[in-house]
Design a protein around this ligand. Structure first.
Ligand SMILES: Cc1cc2nc3c(=O)[nH]c(=O)nc-3n(C[C@H](O)[C@H](O)[C@H](O)COP(=O)(O)OP(=O)(O)OC[C@H]3O[C@@H](n4cnc5c(N)ncnc54)[C@H](O)[C@@H]3O)c2cc1C
Length: 766
């Protein structure tokens, strides 16, 4: 059993929180940035010395160099907080210098001067991240001279000591010394001024070695952290403004166009944040993984540029003025984007690595090259014991040949498999022990799903019953109703979820299927639509209107009844790919006992809500695993196409984006797991995973057909998947509804005037 260790937690330690607060107290607005924007030199010396006085400049230096021996994660916390306020200090260069100096025992004096703020040292590097060619000329009496020409030296104006890479070593050059010609450039971001630096036989002191490739990775992470800060700053500005600015008698944040765009900014920001987190947790021996830092740099800087630019648009004319802070954020975002390589160049390298890894190996060995799943936490002993017990059971009951059979099995075969799992108490593991479950903890559920996914075991046919109906029954049901639990667990009862109606889709609370109390009975009339698998279901779990006189949400109840009750008629609806997945279900005087109500009459909305918590979290591994499988397959197809017809740049770029998004979805999921296991509420933020995952799935299958070219036009499982995945962003609540949810519940925008509060609760069940 091998699990990746977390080297950096999404939940910051108390010390890290304290560090963040310290920086934010020091730089709580953009007044320093405004001042620096007015002059070419950019740097705020006072702020720099305050950072030095607080010990924040040399935080990753060893203690014998007057440092605090902290790491890249802490540096990123500082850089992010400073980035949010576009602080005019060359902190990225300084932190890069710390990493070089830490590896150079002969540089104690430079390091100590840097930690105190006396010296502003940084690598002499082009803004695009390339290292200049430097010529070493040995001089008389061991003196050495360096010559070089750096047209756009990163933060070049602000540095007082250059660290120059030449002859596989690092050298210190006094930026104000002989042989140094520096002309300050008026940079787009005047708070990060570049300079043209020419070294003409400048005296230099050799200090030691540090791999430039490692420095690049560290730089990509630091810039990514800064970009996350910039994106957050831009989003904060527009969130505040959207609540306060009124047009047409409403805060503009009530308008859909604004809400959807705010959600887009949040989605990009969180992608940047997850990618950065992914890079930081990959740090080994002080250096992040190459692919993870490419991803962080690409996603975070793209987020910063997007959020800054969209924030301007959503501000209207005020956002285009010199007075408004937005231009500071825009300028910094562009510097972040271009410095150390553009997002597309990083995505390209990521894509190349992925193709190399998945495509070539797969074709060579014929293996599917399945990587070990990364679950995002280290299991406790109890969890590890739980997993071993499950693995032992699976070894005995689900050898590989049986799993192959199950993948081809009909419904009866799959029901039998669920019954076998229920026999071993491996169906509904989160259910209480008294109802046949194992009261499995959240982490145990994650391990359980990861194991099933790893072995390729197909999903259970009764998942809707296990995830949705079961918890409702054991939480709210009567003793009589709880008798449905055991057959549900064994898949003797398969359930249909009756929520949507022709007139009630996104606005579920306007459903009109009526249930009237008649004596001790309920008489149901109306219909449901898009009901998945109702043609096979034995029972229905439905929301019906029992209180037409009440406000919309208050007059709804949950009822359960058998599908063969007289008056229930199922009419399958053919999907765009030709199969029959969902149905319309009609109720004509369907008469069921009053005891079919789950929970009190008219309390259906809240009854339904309690059952949904956490369900989507445990499923994330499965969702990611299937996308990861698809992208690996696509990688092979793309390589084959390129071998036959040459490189198609457009397709390559789309592949790069899809591949990186698949990684981000995984990281989002891991962050959710980390938050959930530490007791934090994930809540509405889970919409982020949903939106990104669903949109990526759609785009993937569209791409797959395009890669196949004319062969993709022949009807196949791929054309079927391409067509059916058009529904990915509709079922379970549309992407637009989830974006509204993010804007309203995460960013605090006012609700639509016409909307009910909880329109999407039931939809999560699909
Ligand atoms: C594959 C699949 C399986 C499904 N399974 C089930 C099931 O088992 N049981 C069940 O009950 N239902 C099921 N559904 C139905 C699903 O819940 C609904 O399709 C979904 O809630 C959207 O409702 P609608 O189709 O009526 O679209 P509408 O609500 O009519 O939406 C039409 C368009 O308007 C947009 N829109 C609507 N309101 C807003 C708003 N306030 N702000 C911005 N945009 C808005 C939507 O985003 C969408 O683009 C399934 C759907 C699919 C695709």
């Amino acid at each position: 059993m091998s699990f990746n260790m977390l080297s950096y937690s999404i939940m910051r330690s108390d010390e890290q929180e304290q560090l963040d607060r310290t920086v934010r107290r020091l730089v709580s607005d953009r007044s320093a940035a405004r001042k620096a924007a007015e002059n070419v030199s950019g740097t705020d010396p006072e702020l720099l010395s305050q950072l030095g006085a607080l010990g924040l400049l040399g935080i990753s230096l060893p203690s014998d160099m007057d440092g605090s021996e902290l790491g890249l994660a802490e540096e990123c916390i500082v850089v992010e907080a400073l980035g949010e306020q576009v602080a005019p200090v060359p902190i990225v260069s300084i932190y890069l210098a710390c990493h070089i100096l830490s590896a150079c025992p002969d540089a104690t004096d430079v390091a100590a001067a840097l930690a105190s703020g006396q010296t502003v040292a940084g690598p002499l590097i082009n803004a695009d991240g390339s290292f200049p060619n430097a010529l070493v000329t040995p001089g008389i009496e061991c003196a050495t001279h360096l010559s070089s020409d750096v047209p756009f030296a990163f933060e070049g104006t602000s540095l007082t000591s250059f660290l120059v890479h030449a002859d596989d070593a690092w050298w210190v050059v006094d930026a104000h010394g002989p042989g140094v010609e520096r002309s300050d450039l008026k940079s787009l971001d005047t708070t990060r001024p570049m300079a043209r630096v020419k070294l003409v036989e400048a005296p230099a002191k050799r200090i030691g070695c540090f791999p430039p490739g490692d420095l690049q990775k560290i730089a990509q992470c630091l810039i990514a952290a800064e970009a996350v800060g910039v994106a957050q700053g831009a989003l904060n500005l527009i969130t505040e403004y959207a609540l306060q600015r009124e047009q047409f008698g409403q805060p503009i944040g009530r308008f859909q166009a604004i809400k959807q765009n705010l959600a887009n900014c949040l989605l990009k920001l969180e992608s940047g944040r997850s990618s950065l987190w992914g890079a930081l947790r990959s740090v080994a021996d002080g250096v992040p993984d190459g692919a993870a830092s490419h991803l962080a740099k690409a996603a975070a800087t793209e987020a910063a540029s997007f959020a800054a630019s969209e924030s301007v648009q959503m501000h209207g004319a005020i956002g285009c003025t010199w007075e408004h802070d937005l231009h500071l954020l825009m300028r910094r975002s562009k510097h972040c984007e271009i410095s150390f390589g553009s997002p597309s160049s990083h995505l390209q390298r990521l894509g190349e690595k992925a193709l190399e890894l998945y495509g070539a190996k797969r074709r060579k060995s014929g293996s599917s090259n399945k990587p070990e799943q990364d679950i995002g936490f280290v299991p406790s002993q109890a969890d590890a014991d739980f997993l071993i017990e499950f693995q032992t059971w699976l070894d005995e009951h689900a050898p590989p040949e049986k799993i192959s059979q199950l993948r081809r099995a009909d419904l009866a075969g799959r029901r039998a498999w669920q019954a076998e799992m229920a026999e071993g108490n491996w169906a509904g593991i989160h259910w209480p022990v008294e109802y046949g479950g194992r009261a499995a903890s959240f982490t145990q559920q994650v391990l359980y799903y990861a194991e099933l996914t790893k072995r390729g075991v197909p999903p259970l046919p009764g998942n809707r019953g296990l995830m949705l109906v079961g918890p409702t029954l054991f939480t709210h049901g009567t003793d009589e109703q709880k008798k449905l639990l055991e057959p549900t667990r064994r898949a003797d009862i398969l359930w249909a979820g009756g929520f949507s109606e022709r007139g009630a889709g996104s606005d579920l609370a306007s459903l009109s299927t009526r249930a009237v109390v008649d004596d001790e009975k309920l008489v149901i009339n109306g219909h449901k639509i898009w009901t998945s698998q109702a043609q096979y279901a034995d029972w229905m779990y439905a929301l019906v209107r029992t209180g037409p006189q009440h406000p919309k949400r208050d007059g709804i109840s949950v009822v359960v009844f058998p599908m063969d009750a007289p008056g229930v008629e199922v009419r399958p609806i053919r999907r765009n790919n030709g199969d029959y997945h969902f149905n319309e279900v009609f109720f004509n005087d369907v008469t069921i006992p009053l005891s079919s109500l789950i929970g009190p009459k008219n309390a259906g909305w809240s009854v339904n809500r309690t059952t949904m918590q956490g369900e989507h979290l445990t499923n994330f591994l499965g969702a990611h695993a299937s996308q990861a499988r698809t992208i690996r397959r696509i990688a092979g197809m793309l390589q084959q196409r390129e071998a036959e017809s040459g490189l198609d740049v457009g397709l390559r770029q789309r592949f790069n984006t899809l591949w990186s998004t698949t990684q981000i979805i995984h990281l989002h999921g891991l962050r959710n797991v980390a938050r959930f296991t530490s007791g934090a509420d994930v809540g509405s933020e889970s919409s982020i995973t949903k939106i990104v995952g669903q949109e990526n799935e759609k785009a993937m299958f569209e791409f797959l057909i395009d890669v196949m070219g004319s062969a993709g036009l022949e009807e196949s499982i791929w054309t079927s998947a391409y067509l059916s995945t058009r529904a990915s962003t509709i079922g379970g609540g549309t992407s637009e509804i989830h974006r509204n949810k993010l804007a309203e519940r995460v960013l605090g925008m006012p609700r639509d005037l016409w909307a009910d509060e909880e329109v999407d609760i039931a939809q999560a069940a699909e």
